[in-house]
Design a protein around this ligand. Structure first.
Ligand code: FAD
Length: 331
């Protein structure tokens, strides 16, 4: 697309709220846009949208929104049609979207409709000022190296970014303009009929939006997982895990922390029975306080922890639960 300019964030709105990752991307886009002197636009879609002005506080200059009953539940076809039409209208040079299950599902379709490239699952972004090329960093070769990927010819340059990679900080600017987008009936034509939505055990898991995380490793006896879930419920905390637990089908992939999972940024992250492989610790480096429990005093995890407990984690978990129940007055 000729004369493209500006950075557009395709925000995610679900369960009646703006997903935190959307603010993370707007804040990062502001930083990149200031380097090349351009604007930050946000596009958000859903039904009965609330608090969309908030994007201004994270650095957006203009917010486009589509609010239609047909957008209440995620539909690949509709979301892709409407986003493609909006991108053609705004003509941004860069489009960023969350690498969440929703983003991963429809953003590739948008890139195909626009006949441009897409780098999925970025873990960092920068911009080459002289030619406005977006430097899209993501793991490559099975995660053994980090590649810089460029899209030199086609526009927009498109990337999806993992939640938790950037911090959602307010910039103080809160006067973004808003514009409602009316979508055509054709664009709103459903791709499928929704029969029902089934939520799994972890659908309410707040890995990317919580103060405390209990992260479970291979050292934890699976019989203790109900106790960890109870701890998390009592403290409004998230539950994470290492990759072997996903491979062993003990947790879904949405719980995996690390290079090929999620990057987390809580106030406190407990790493329980986890050795501390780099592929895991890269995902917890954004936590304000890391606390590790491992029976091996030489475990690598202690090198990246603020506090360490050398002990059998399977004894610590029941004790911790008992203490929290006592503090909360639960028998
Ligand atoms: C390309 C690639 C990508 C990867 N991506 C990820 C990723 O995103 N996330 C991820 O987690 N991993 C990832 N991995 C795997 C990673 O390298 C490690 O294998 C994994 O993190 C190890 O998980 P763990 O610490 O639970 O298990 P282990 O390495 O087996 O560690 C178990 C730990 O528990 C301790 N322990 C055992 N019993 C007890 C007990 N009773 N009490 C206290 N401590 C105990 C042991 O001392 C040990 O330190 C990736 C690997 C590759 C090659």
């Amino acid at each position: 697309m000729k004369d493209a300019s500006g950075i557009l964030i395709v925000a995610e709105y679900s369960d009646d709220k703006i997903k935190l990752v959307s603010f993370e991307l707007v804040k990062k886009a502001r930083e990149l846009a200031d380097k090349i002197g351009t604007s930050v636009f946000v596009f958000v879609m859903g039904h009965n949208l609330k608090n969309i002005d908030e994007f201004g506080e994270y650095g957006a200059d203009k917010i486009y929104y589509a609010d239609e009953p047909a957008l209440e539940n995620f539909d690949d076809t509709i979301y892709a049609n409407i986003t493609t039409d909006l991108i053609k209208l705004v003509n941004p040079e860069i489009v960023l979207a969350p690498a969440t299950p929703i983003g991963r599902s429809f953003i590739p379709r948008v890139a195909t409709y626009l006949e441009t490239g897409l780098t999925a699952d970025c873990i960092d972004l920068d911009i080459r000022v002289e030619d406005r090329i977006l430097i899209q960093k993501r793991p490559a070769w099975g995660g053994n190296m980090i590649a810089d990927i460029y899209c030199p010819v086609k526009r927009p340059q498109m990337a999806t970014v993992r939640p938790g990679v950037f911090k959602a900080e307010k910039t103080g600017n809160n006067k973004a303009e808003t514009e409602r987008i009316n979508s055509s009936n054709e664009a709103l034509t459903k791709g499928f009929d929704l029969v029902r939505i089934e939520k799994d055990d972890f659908s309410e898991n707040k890995l990317n939006n919580c103060n405390v995380i209990f992260s479970v490793g291979r050292g934890v006896d699976p019989a203790l997982i109900p106790k960890i879930k109870e701890l998390a419920r009592l403290l409004d905390a998230g539950v994470g895990c290492t990759r072997p637990l996903v491979e062993g089908k003990i947790f879904p992939h949405s719980c995996q922390i690390g290079q090929s999972g999620t990057f987390v940024t809580p106030k406190v992250c407990f790493s329980l029975g986890i050795s501390g492989a780099i592929q895991y610790t890269v995902g917890i480096k954004g936590a304000e306080n890391n606390i590790a429990v491992n029976r091996d005093s030489d475990a690598q995890i202690f090198e990246v922890s603020d506090f360490g407990i050398v002990s059998d984690v399977n004894k610590i978990i029941p004790l911790l639960l008992e203490k929290i129940r006592e503090i909360k007055g639960i028998k």
